[in-house]
Structure formats: structure tokens, C-alpha cells
Design a protein around this ligand. Structure first.
Ligand code: SF4
Length: 356
């Protein structure tokens, strides 16, 4: 029986020239993520899905590892057309190997024999048609790390844009200038998982913190709508000092970037830490607000975190979007994107009414 690597080998295309550099007779460098792997002929990069074949970089193409249509709040985007549906697709593989990954079946498919996720052949037109049939407003690359499969995402997003859909990445943010410039014309929304504010923790997960901080700054400067998520893991990244430094960094980029602090539950190989409690989330949220962030949300414990699921006007404290979990209960932002009580502009990509 063919191995998964062999099955995927025939589902490839040549990399975008912007994402490759020849560095010697038999070595090329990939710029699709912050690892910037120098790849010898016949070898794969750290992600195990981008391969040097005779001096040409072959990259994933023509399949999905999974698709699903979800509320956009699940991605999570809280400042984008509340209640809208987001049609999500993923491929296989990841440049990190987080031991608590909730999408490990697709992200670790090339590393972990327990992760069995066969590819499903797909075309951009069929994916976009399906998204439209289901009434989605956005098409999202997620489930595995989208940066490492950016060529295929751009192919799909170019069709999605023509159909009037917004496009998005749900990503670990391990980017490079080259890959961000490459996707920039095709992407509207970007969620970054800021997993920690400690480089040692990032190295445990297989990365470095610096490319992630660079990506967050660059995305904001490019005018792409950014929301940040931090999964709060007791004993790993939840110290007051680390949460303070993390949120102060986000606020230094812009206090208007929404920050979601979400609850951990034991998953995949990280089974030791206790589950995050509502009190822990609310404590971290208070640190984020003290750091100057205007839009702080607590996630994964619906109904247990007070008003931390709602969007409030930072000027008059009016509730402008009320939520419970992924459900929008009330939507009061004006057609001009402002607070109905005091006219303060609320940053985001708003619709004139909620879609659901
Ligand atoms: S996407 Fe990242 S991990 Fe994969 S080959 Fe390119 S630089 Fe290396």
C-alpha cells in the first residue's frame, strides 16, 4: 500500500517563484514559513510537504484534508460580519508540532502514524460553489498550517474573490516577508495563534517567537484584519508575567486588535495540565485589559465568563454585540460601523445586520 507521502507526492505543483531561492547547485530555500528551510535535492522541509525535486520545489496542490461550514465566530473572528458562515478547508501537514494540537489528525498526518487523514481531490471552483451553496460569506484556510500550502490557498482565494467571498487564514503566524507579500492581494482576514510570549516555549513546539511577532506587526501594517488567540494552558503560558508581556505586545501593535484568551482541555499528547477554569480566563482577560487592549474575549467556556463573550463600546461601555458561544444574540452596530449610543467607531469588517 502506498504511504501517505507517496499519495501526496502526485498531488503537487511547482512552488510560486516568490517563495523559492536557489542557494547552491543542489540546495534551494523555501520562504513559505519562518523556518526558511534550506532543502537539499530529494529532501523535504520541516513541514514534510514541500520537496526539492531536482532543484525545483514541489508543493501541495489539488486536494483538501477536510472541509466544514461553521459560524465565523468559531474561527474565531468576532469583528467580522457576526453570525456569518465561514466555509473552511484544510490540507495536511504543519511546520510546528504542538503536543496539544486539536487538529493533530490533519496537522501531524505526515509525522504521526496514528493520524490517519486521506486527501480528498478538490478544485477551487467546486469548493467555492459549495461555499456559496451553503450561504457562506468567507472561505477560510485552516485545520493545518495554511502558510505552508499558500500556493493552493491563493488559487482558491482568487476564485473566491470573484464570487464575492471574503478570504481568511487561521494560522500559527510563523510567516516571512515573502509569503505575506505573496498572499497579501488575496487575503482579507487573518487569525494568529500567539501561543506564548517565551521563545523557550515556542522551541518546545518546534518554532521561534520572532517570526510570529514579525507576522503580527506586518499583517497589521498591511491593513489585513487581524485577530489574535491565546490558548491559556495552566503551567505552560499562564503566568501573570507572560500574559502581561504578551498582551502589552499586542497593544503596542494596536489596542484595537481583538484578543481571545481561550480555555485549554487535555488533547493529543498534552494530558497533564488541568483544564483552564473560567476564573483563570477572567484573570488573564483582566491583565489584557490592563495592558490597554480594548477588545478582550474569553472563549471555550460559553455562559461562564460574564460579559467577556460580548463586544462593548470602549467609550461608553454599551454592549454592541451580544454572544453566547458561537451564537449572536444581539447585534447593534450601526451600518456605519459605530456604537449606536455614542457613535464611537468600532474597528472590524461589519455587515449592516447580523447574518444569523
Ligand atoms: S513551509 Fe516552512 S517548514 Fe515547509 S519547507 Fe518551507 S520553510 Fe520549511
Amino acid at each position: 500500500m502506498a504511504s501517505l507521502a507517496e499519495v501526496l507526492e502526485v498531488r503537487t505543483a511547482e512552488a510560486a517563484p516568490e517563495l523559492v531561492e536557489v542557494i547552491s547547485k543542489d540546495r534551494i530555500r523555501c520562504y513559505a514559513c519562518g523556518h526558511e528551510c534550506p532543502i537539499p535535492d530529494g529532501a523535504v522541509g520541516v513541514c514534510k510537504v514541500r520537496t526539492n525535486r531536482g532543484g525545483r520545489l514541489r508543493v501541495p496542490w489539488g486536494y483538501v484534508g477536510g472541509i466544514q461550514c461553521d459560524p465565523i465566530e468559531k474561527k474565531p473572528f468576532f469583528h467580522v460580519c457576526p453570525g456569518a458562515l465561514a466555509f473552511s478547508f484544510g490540507m495536511l501537514g504543519c511546520d510546528l508540532h504542538c503536543s496539544y494540537c486539536q487538529n493533530w489528525v490533519t496537522s501531524q498526518a505526515l509525522r504521526d502514524p496514528q493520524a490517519i487523514a486521506p486527501p480528498i481531490d478538490a478544485s477551487p471552483e467546486a469548493l467555492v460553489q459549495e461555499a456559496q451553496r451553503l450561504g457562506a460569506r468567507a472561505l477560510v484556510s485552516t485545520y493545518n498550517e495554511p502558510l505552508i500550502t499558500s500556493e493552493w490557498a491563493v488559487e482558491i482565494f482568487s476564485v473566491a474573490r470573484q464570487a464575492g467571498l471574503m478570504t481568511a487564514y487561521v494560522s500559527n503566524g510563523n510567516g516571512t516577508r515573502r509569503v505575506l507579500d505573496y498572499i497579501r492581494p488575496w487575503i482579507d482576514l487573518y487569525k494568529v495563534d500567539l501561543k506564548s510570549f517565551d521563545d523557550r516555549h515556542y522551541r518546545q513546539l518546534g518554532g521561534r517567537i520572532e517570526p510570529i511577532l514579525y507576522t503580527i506587526r506586518a499583517l497589521y501594517e498591511m491593513g489585513i484584519w487581524v485577530e489574535i488567540v491565546t490558548l491559556l494552558i495552566p503551567g505552560f503560558n499562564d503566568s501573570r508575567d507572560e500574559v502581561s508581556r504578551l498582551t502589552e505586545f499586542v497593544a503596542s501593535v494596536s489596542p484595537d486588535i481583538p484578543w481571545h484568551v481561550t480555555a485549554f482541555h487535555a488533547d493529543y499528547k498534552m494530558l497533564a495540565p488541568q483544564n483552564t477554569t473560567a476564573d483563570m480566563l477572567m484573570g488573564a482577560a483582566a491583565i489584557g485589559k490592563a495592558a490597554g487592549l480594548r477588545y478582550v474575549y474569553a472563549g471555550n467556556l460559553p455562559g461562564r465568563v460574564g460579559a467577556l463573550e460580548d463586544t462593548r463600546c470602549p467609550t461608553c461601555n454599551e454592549t454592541v454585540v451580544s454572544r453566547r458561544g458561537y451564537t449572536v444574540r444581539d447585534y447593534r452596530i450601526t451600518a456605519r460601523g459605530t456604537c449606536p449610543a455614542c457613535e464611537t467607531a468600532i474597528p472590524g469588517r461589519w455587515s449592516d445586520k447580523t447574518a444569523g
